[in-house]
Design a protein around this ligand. Structure first.
Ligand code: CA
Length: 516
């Protein structure tokens, strides 16, 4: 007996020794600079009370899942009262939509999230309100109303040109839309549509109202930050400097309340237009990343994305070294990524491998991690999450009849968990990898010194003593390349490939990531 236990102890100590030799790198939380944020549409996520609509308690039940996936933060699409299903037109800025639960439910969600080291960022829609907001209901009563100047009004005769054409192009690409509230006298400005009148940020009272709303959510409720919707439209396109200045003021006001507040802005444009917002909005969505990722895959032109990304990062760097590059592969306004890639699962997995090994702070749209599908109109890119096969799926929302994300098209999470080759496990292991190797999270991007065949995408990431080399074959044919010196340890691979003395041969949609 004794000999046997001594032998076991010896084996255990040898095992321990070998584990220590090959020291397992630690999984870290790189949020906000390089961590993962998971975008949730509460309506479609998890329905805890069976009324067909996802809710806060449902999200709370699924926080362990968000943690398991490896996300460090959640961005909630709008949660405030609103007459529309998407809730991008608010009627009360200091409440939550009753369909989603109570403020107590939301606060409990916050507390549970924070216990798991998950930050909470909420959508803040301040460019416009709903026409049903009490401010607008007052404002439209007449020119003498105390709330008149909360919105942008014009007398009919001063905008005759606009009304004739409805949509007019000024010296910039600005589109101004004026709407008749029914009086036929004065028209109000609503950039997106008549149901969303734009607030008047030339009015200091409006700014004070907005700052007070920010204070309420940060101080009284306790969220960690805001995703600022339509940040480019606070003032019309011909007043970009006023937009930049406004966001600097907003940031200063919010930081006075909560010094580490997180602000991420939606400025839907190219880098030259986006970058000047950085001093006010330290994190900005990188829409160019999304479009270039698609272009690279759909034209099998590998270096398009690393070159574009380097250009963007260098450009931002010149504006301010302090910025967060919020990369996206899709969101609630874009068709689902799998559809954009012709429903080719291998391409899809490879695109995710690219995104999660490139620089930035990636945003993942709920459902992408199980390969949900969806095309416009918008409600069909926001369909219910598939937790389990339909007959057993207690939490599946039913507020909409899904067209794309149905059981015959998308494998529910419960079935993907047990399949090592599932999209879910692919996401999970890549996120884990990213949070394990500092160079993958924080490393500076550099382009390869060698020229590779067109379908090859390759780039390096270097952070302190660690270097990563990632290579992906986006084409249909086998390609061989010479690996740069010193990269022989593979930390991620997909698809078939062989490395023979530094010559790497990759088959169609194969990728390798090396570390040294
Ligand atoms: Ca519900």
């Amino acid at each position: 007996m004794k000999a046997k236990s001594t032998l076991i102890a010896l084996i255990l100590s040898l095992f321990y020794f070998s584990c220590n030799q090959e020291k397992e790198p630690e999984v870290k939380n790189y949020w906000p600079n390089a961590g993962i944020t998971y975008e949730i549409f509460v309506q479609s996520f998890y329905d805890s009370d069976g009324d067909g609509i996802g809710d806060f308690n449902g999200v709370t039940e699924k926080l362990d899942y968000v943690q398991e996936l490896g996300a460090n933060a959640i961005w909630f699409m709008p949660i405030m009262p609103s007459p529309t299903y998407h809730k991008y037109d608010v009627t009360d800025y200091k409440a939550v939509h009753p369909d989603y639960g109570t403020m107590e439910d939301f606060k409990r969600l916050l507390e549970e999230a924070h216990q798991r080291d998950i930050k909470i960022v909420i959508d803040m829609i301040i460019n416009h309100t709903s026409t049903e907001h009490p401010w607008f209901q007052e404002s439209k009563k007449g020119r003498d109303n105390a709330y008149r100047d909360y919105y942008v009004w014009a007398q009919k005769d001063t905008i005759a040109d606009f009304l004739d054409k409805k949509v007019i192009t000024l010296d910039s690409d600005n589109i101004r839309q004026w709407h008749d509230p029914g009086s036929g006298e004065d028209y109000y400005y609503g950039f997106f549509w008549g149901g969303m009148p734009d607030l008047n940020f030339d009015n200091p009272k409006v700014r004070e109202e907005i700052y007070e709303i920010g204070r309420f959510w940060l101080e009284e409720v306790g969220v960690d930050g805001f995703r600022l919707d339509a940040a480019k439209h606070i003032f019309p396109d011909d007043r970009p400097l006023d937009n930049h200045e406004f966001w600097k003021e907003f940031r200063a006001k919010m930081e006075a309340i909560k010094p580490d507040v997180y602000l991420v802005g939606e400025v839907y444009d190219k880098k030259e237009i986006v970058a000047p917002y950085l001093p006010g909005l330290p994190a900005l969505f990188n829409f160019d990343f999304h479009y270039t990722l698609l272009e690279a895959f759909n034209s099998a032109d590998g270096m398009l994305l690393p070159k574009k990304q380097k250009e963007i990062l260098d450009f931002y760097q010149n504006i301010t070294p302090e910025f967060i590059d919020a990369t996206i592969s899709s969101n609630h306004d874009q068709p689902r990524l799998l559809n954009e890639l012709g429903e080719d699962v291998d391409k899809y997995k490879q695109a995710i491998a690219v995104m999660l090994t490139m620089p930035g702070a990636p945003y993942l749209y709920y459902g992408e991690e199980i390969g949900m599908k969806g095309l416009k109109p918008d409600e069909h890119i926001r369909e219910p999450f598939l937790w389990d096969v339909k007959a057993k799926d207690e939490g599946r929302a039913t507020w909409i009849e899904p067209k794309f994300s149905i059981d015959s098209e998308v494998t529910p999470l419960a079935l993907q968990r047990n399949d090592p080759n599932s999209i879910f496990n692919h996401y999970k292991s890549l996120i884990n990898l990213r949070n394990t190797y500092p160079a993958l999270a924080l490393g500076k991007l550099s382009l390869p010194s060698s020229e590779y065949p067109k379908p090859i995408m390759a780039y390096s990431r270097v952070h302190e003593g660690q270097a990563i080399f990632a290579v992906h074959n986006l084409g249909d044919e086998e390609i061989s390349i010479e690996l740069p010196a010193g990269f022989d340890k593979v930390i991620f691979g997909m698809g078939d490939g062989v490395n023979l003395n530094g010559t790497l041969t990759l088959q169609k949609n194969a990728s390798r990531v090396y570390v040294k």
